[in-house]
Design a binder for this molecule. Structure first.
Ligand code: NAD
Length: 353
């Protein structure tokens, strides 16, 4: 019988890619719980509208009654927890919802998953997993050298990373105190299809296509590691299948880049594919830096490589071309985000499909 997983945040960027992959490629049954915040987009899941292996539930991870009912009814083999507020700039403008969703919501997920786990048979308990998706931003900022490992002390600097750090600690505690078989993955910046166009890469693609100014924070020299979203999804599958309960795994693409290099690459590829009468690099404008902007992140993903045999398959140069091509081929997806019509979309009349 195929496995059934409860996924939270599966209408978002990474969760959406993950759900599509599980249902269409891996033949898993997915129960997809998502609040449909501004970042949740059912257009992403259009290919699953009538799929018998996908059930969409429009709901909040803070709704303990809904969670307990869903777990009881669906009896999933694993919980994969993506749901979060994820944008650093928004966490600076309005941190409260970050605490409510990322800290309190994760607490509810843990609490209800533990109650469910405790009622499972010994046999089912052996294979049940709760996988928490987190970020490398919990480790703070690096100097010119070095990389975050799983033992790097936490030093979050933004309300977003602090709320994710809080959730990571709760996940850890539910293993150590109650024996819930949790796994945590901390990964670097993802890019790929279906990313909300407020994040660096889709934002720059859209602006560059429209010939608008390309706003780059500070001196543009902040460094991030970039991971193609499909590689991240594969890493999560690997950790669920082979990871040791209670352990943390860093996930990275081994592709460090300065923000300005990313923008240059996007400009150059778009100039090649959709030429203008001038270079798109002329559109770059430097803007006031984000407060508390971390200078450099880098990930040491050797634990995942050595212990679980996972490696990224995409290089940045191959992944970024695929990503740009996807945005060129799927302009309607972005147009519907920009004009707000994506929020009117519902899968099925009772929000299940
Ligand atoms: P996203 O913002 O695109 O999607 C988040 C999803 O969660 C949305 O569909 C939203 O509707 C849903 N959601 C928000 N609050 C909810 C609630 N209270 N109840 C139910 N659903 C809710 O985020 P993403 O970029 O796909 O990130 C997914 C996860 O991966 C997050 O936990 C994030 O912290 C983590 N992460 C992301 C990146 C990245 O580069 N995008 C990097 C590292 C870690």
């Amino acid at each position: 019988m195929s496995e059934k997983w409860l996924v939270t945040g599966g209408a978002g960027f990474i969760g959406g890619n993950f759900v599509l992959r599980q249902v269409l490629k891996n033949n898993r049954k997915i129960i997809n719980l998502d609040k449909l915040s501004y970042a949740g987009n059912l257009d992403t899941l259009a290919a699953l509208a009538d799929h018998p292996d996908h059930r969409f539930i429009h709901g909040d991870i803070n709704d303990s009654q809904l969670l307990s009912q869903l777990l009881e009814e669906e009896q999933p083999d694993a919980v994969v927890h993506f749901a979060a507020e994820s944008h650093v700039d928004r966490s600076i403008e309005g941190p409260q919802v970050f605490i409510e969703t990322n800290v309190m919501g994760t607490f509810q997920m843990l609490q209800q998953s533990l109650r469910y786990y405790q009622q499972l048979s010994a046999e089912k308990q052996k294979s049940f997993r709760f996988l928490h998706v987190s970020t490398d931003e919990v480790y703070g900022s690096l100097g010119e050298t070095g990389a975050f490992s799983e033992t790097t002390p936490y030093a979050p600097n933004s309300p977003y990373s602090a709320s994710k750090a809080g959730s990571d600690h709760l996940v850890r505690a539910y293993h150590h105190t109650f024996g819930l078989p949790v796994l945590t993955t901390n990964c670097s910046n993802n890019y790929g299809p279906y990313q909300f166009p407020e994040k660096l890469i889709p934002l720059m693609i859209e602006k560059a296509l429209a010939g608008e100014p390309l706003p780059v924070y500070g001196d543009g020299k902040n460094v991030r590691d970039w991971l193609f979203v499909e590689d991240h999804c594969r890493a999560i599958e690997t950790v669920i299948a082979c990871g040791k309960p209670g352990e943390v795994y860093n996930v990275g693409g081994n592709e460090e880049r300065q923000n300005i290099e990313i923008v240059h690459t996007l400009c150059d590829i778009l100039d090649e594919l959709r030429p203008l009468d001038h270079s798109r690099r002329d559109l770059i404008t430097y803007v006031k830096d984000r407060p508390g902007h971390d200078r450099r992140y880098a990930i040491d993903a050797s634990k995942l490589a050595n212990e679980l045999n996972w490696q990224p398959t995409e290089t940045f140069s191959s992944g970024i071309r695929k990503t740009i091509q996807w945005y060129l081929d799927n302009q309607t997806w972005t147009d519907r985000v920009k004009d707000g019509s994506y929020q009117g979309q519902r899968l099925g009349s009772d929000n299940t499909g």
